[in-house]
Design a binder for this molecule. Structure first.
Ligand code: GLN
Length: 230
């Protein structure tokens, strides 16, 4: 399917990376599911466009906007670097990075992260944070869960990933890992938003209005309860 950047065909081609629960994951039917998928479908209904999801690597999303996809929703943090290439909708979620450690780990604060081997997801804010820590050896994976598996296999000292997926993985592997909150490491809050083609204010206005309406009419809160706080 081709993205139509003029949106004249009524289809919004949405890129995601369906490996970031609870925001996006592959559902039982093999299709992308999760909070972001439900949110963008609700936005599509509000703006009268069919939503078509394209599952791709997280690291390719920003550069694909305007060609392969119209917009991207992928638990994506607004960053200045990304804003050089794309615009963002208003934020729909506040997050922060977390640190996943083996059960027997002594890691407890920012100083403890120095000189470690740290797993991250390629092209994410977790990677950008890890890259700044003194003396670290950063291993980047296409999927965060692959980093978690290497942590369990003893190849990594810790994994830095957004708190909600960290909690999902922490529950999944609760006998092997602990999840430490970002506040223990002085990580900054991050704001998720939909990445949009640069300069398309018409589409941005429609999507922002839709998000505001979904927040006002209770749909947004229901999706948070259904997907994030369950
Ligand atoms: N919030 C992080 C980022 O934007 C991770 C997103 C993801 O892995 N889907 O870089």
């Amino acid at each position: 399917a081709k993205a139509d950047t003029n949106n004249t065909n009524g289809t919004l081609v949405v890129g995601t990376n369906a490996a970031f629960p609870p925001f996006e994951y592959v559902g039982d039917d093999g299709e992308p599911d999760g909070f972001d998928m439900a949110l963008i479908k609700a936005v599509g209904e509000k703006i009268g466009m069919d939503v078509q999801i394209q599952d791709m690597e997280f690291d390719s999303l920003v550069s694909s906007i305007g060609s392969k996809i119209d917009v991207a929703i992928a638990g994506m943090t607004v960053t200045e670097e990304r804003q050089k290439t794309v615009d963002f909708s208003e934020s729909y979620y506040e997050a922060v990075q977390a640190v996943i450690v083996p059960k027997d780990s002594a890691i407890a604060n920012a100083d403890d992260l120095k000189n470690l081997t740290i797993g991250v997801q390629l092209g994410t804010t977790g990677e950008f944070i890890a890259d700044e820590i003194e003396g670290v050896n950063v291993s980047a994976y296409n999927k965060a869960v692959d980093a978690v598996n290497d942590l369990i296999n003893g190849r990594l000292d810790c994994v830095i990933v957004d708190k909600n997926p960290a909690e999902v993985f922490g529950t999944q592997y609760s006998d092997k890992v602990n999840v430490l909150p970002g506040t223990d490491f002085d990580f900054e809050p991050e704001f998720y938003a939909i990445a949009l083609p640069k300069g398309n204010t018409e589409l941005a206005n429609k999507i922002n209005t839709a998000i505001q309406e979904l927040k006002a009419d209770g749909t947004y809160d229901n999706l948070v309860k259904e997907y994030i706080e369950e």
